[in-house]
Design a binder for this molecule. Structure first.
Ligand SMILES: [Zn+2]
Length: 256
């Protein structure tokens, strides 16, 4: 009896490993650190049968200038990964040469660093984000999201529909049909894909189905810099539930 019981778990593991998906397993939102290197990432990718896109921030404390950007691209080209950028503020591209920006495979941006007049930008992923007036926040958040979708040179809109912790319980009432349609229309107009974010479990199935209906493509993103890269449990499950097929996914073109 004991042996029979013991046998159950390897079988389950095997089933899990052999689970097949109709779509590409590609985690396009991965960061490296000094401790968690490209080699660690590729090892996990091998194990999990996932391919990766790496992103870095074009900003004064990361890729400061053309020189940094050039080195970043050249270094990653040695590896079988897509090379991406993740800007965090509007107008970032003016600080780099267009020829160099054109060398990355894709650009992904999220609306989580929201500018505030005469103050430090809100960083809404932070646990202690303070929202004084929910409706006012939502208006500001929508304005900023639409600005990104309308004007920024990006391929992927990351973390769609994420909400700060303090108002997250109102997700389904705050994401009204009207707001969802505004985001979808703006993304559609410029052929921007939506990330299915594995860390925040957003967006939800209804939004994915609406976006799919509009012909929008999707990507998976863990936004991780640790051994969570390529796990994609939420992303895979919700994509399966929504019946996404290879055609529904945005896959960058490697430029070198
Ligand atoms: Zn990121």
């Amino acid at each position: 009896m004991a042996a029979g019981f013991m046998a159950a778990s390897p079988v389950l593991n095997q089933l899990n490993l052999e689970e097949t998906y109709d779509f590409p397993l590609l985690d396009l939102h991965v960061h490296t650190t000094n401790e968690f290197t490209i080699k660690n990432i590729l090892e996990l990718g091998e194990k999990r049968n996932v391919k990766f896109g790496i992103v870095e921030h074009p900003i004064f404390w990361a890729l400061r200038n053309d020189d940094d950007l050039k080195k970043y691209i050249e270094n990653l080209r040695k590896y079988p990964v897509y090379v991406g950028l993740q800007p965090t503020y509007i107008g970032w591209h003016k600080n780099y040469s267009p020829e160099l920006i054109a060398k990355v495979d894709y650009i992904l941006m999220d609306p989580q660093t929201i500018p505030v007049e005469n103050g430090e930008p809100m960083q809404i992923w932070k646990f202690d984000t303070y929202v004084e007036n929910t409706e006012e926040f939502m208006e500001r958040y929508m304005d900023y999201s639409l600005k990104i979708l309308k004007y920024e040179p990006i391929n992927i809109f990351a973390w769609p529909l994420f909400l700060p912790v303090c108002i997250a319980r109102d997700y389904y009432s705050l994401w009204t049909q009207k707001r969802m349609v505004q985001l979808i229309d703006a993304a559609k107009a410029r052929n921007i894909a939506f990330e299915i974010n594995d860390m925040s479990h957003t967006p939800h199935d209804k939004f994915i189905m609406m976006a799919k209906e509009a012909g929008i493509k999707f990507t998976f993103g863990s936004d991780s810099r640790n051994s969570n890269v390529g796990r994609l449990d939420y992303s895979k499950a919700i994509a399966k539930k929504c019946g996404l097929k290879p055609d529904d996914f945005y896959v960058p073109v490697r430029k070198a």
